[in-house]
Design a protein around this ligand. Structure first.
Ligand SMILES: NC(=O)c1ccc[n+]([C@@H]2O[C@H](COP(=O)([O-])OP(=O)(O)OC[C@H]3O[C@@H](n4cnc5c(N)ncnc54)[C@H](O)[C@@H]3O)[C@@H](O)[C@H]2O)c1
Length: 310
């Protein structure tokens, strides 16, 4: 099997690429930044998803489309680039795949498409009310996916990932930020009132879910990939402090300019994963275990630039 991964040099992408190679697949990566390792079955193409990539797709069986401008704050700062990469870039991936050997596209969407849910757990067909440019871009690209499924009979699965964490994630995200604080013996700063609920999902489970969908996902169906152990942001900070063994107390700093405005904060994000469970997948890494593994990884590797992504 030859698999194309866009964004294969990112946090999730590089972990996925390593897994695909370990499983004996041929992998081609398209990214604007070069992959940081070599492998006899790995090919790297330095291109943007906004470029003509039909030639790169001609000999591939399927595509994992991950390349994106990421995150709520970043997308607010770069709205046009977000719309270009996340919407035009995604449509370009669908468009270029037409008439090639590509039989399936798995597109990484986000829990941000749901906004503040009206019901929990959030099912795939729950209301979508994104509150960020990032969420809107991800949802818009999903709508194009359904259009391509209907219009051309393409097999595309939008997959909605929920707060992914694990080794190698860059320092713009809350788990590495809290870990770095704890490693520096500083109190983690918790924005808002700390009661925001999330379900943090370990990267190993995310890759397992993605591979299940690649192999068994029904044509045109969206799937949530998530852990379902709710944790508040305050509890997450406390857990990381506990794992560090240091005498620190997380600081609740309220809503301010460094984070989302209160009106745009998602207070309760708890997914349903029944749809993906029906394909035979379930998360294996409990939050306590995943955070401890991740903390120890950062402790060992902090400062090794080449091991960090995103
Ligand atoms: N990390 C999370 O918690 C999370 C949650 C929900 C959804 N997602 C989605 O998963 C995917 C991967 O996320 P990640 O955390 O690995 O992000 P990341 O930022 O680490 O990786 C994104 C990759 O895309 C590449 N890229 C950016 N613009 C590009 C372009 N124009 N052409 C080609 N490559 C380009 C970057 O160089 C980078 O290697 C994204 O689509 C993201 O929206 C991530």
């Amino acid at each position: 099997m030859k698999i194309l991964v866009t964004g294969g040099n990112g946090f999730i992408g590089h972990t996925l690429v390593r897994q695909l190679l370990n499983d004996g697949n041929q992998v081609k990566v398209i990214d604007i930044k070069p992959v940081k390792f070599t492998h006899p079955k790995l090919e790297f193409v330095k291109k943007s998803v906004l470029d003509d990539i039909r030639w790169e797709m001609r000999d591939c069986d399927m595509v994992y489309h991950l390349a994106a401008e990421l995150g709520v704050i970043n997308s607010d700062k770069k709205p046009l680039n977000t719309l270009a990469v996340n919407i035009d870039g995604t449509v370009n991936v669908f468009r270029c795949a037409l008439g090639t050997g590509v039989k399936k596209i798995v597109y990484t969407s986000s829990s941000e498409v749901y906004g503040e849910p009206r019901e929990v757990p959030i099912k795939e067909d729950s209301q979508k009310s994104p509150v960020s440019i990032y969420g809107v871009s991800k949802l818009t690209a999903e709508m194009y996916a359904y259009g391509y499924v209907k219009e051309y009979g393409m097999d595309i699965n939008p997959i909605r990932l929920f707060n992914v964490y694990g080794p190698g994630q860059g320092f713009e995200w809350v788990v590495p930020i809290f870990i770095q604080k704890a490693l520096n013996t500083e109190a983690p700063l918790v924005f808002g009132d700390g009661s925001q609920i999330r379900c943090f999902t370990n990267i190993a489970d995310v890759i397992g879910g993605m591979e299940t969908i690649r192999k068994k996902g029904a044509k045109g169906e969206a799937y949530n990939i998530a852990n379902t152990e709710p944790i508040t942001m305050r509890e997450l900070a406390e857990l990381i402090v506990k794992v560090s063994g240091k005498n620190l107390k997380p600081k609740i700093v309220g809503f301010g300019s460094e984070t989302r405005a209160k009106e745009r904060e998602i207070m309760k994000r708890i997914p349903s994963i029944e749809k993906l469970k029906a394909l035979g997948w379930k998360p294996k890494v409990r939050i306590e275990e995943g955070i401890e593994l991740t903390y120890n990884w950062y402790k060992e590797n902090l400062g090794k630039e080449e091991l960090f992504y995103g």
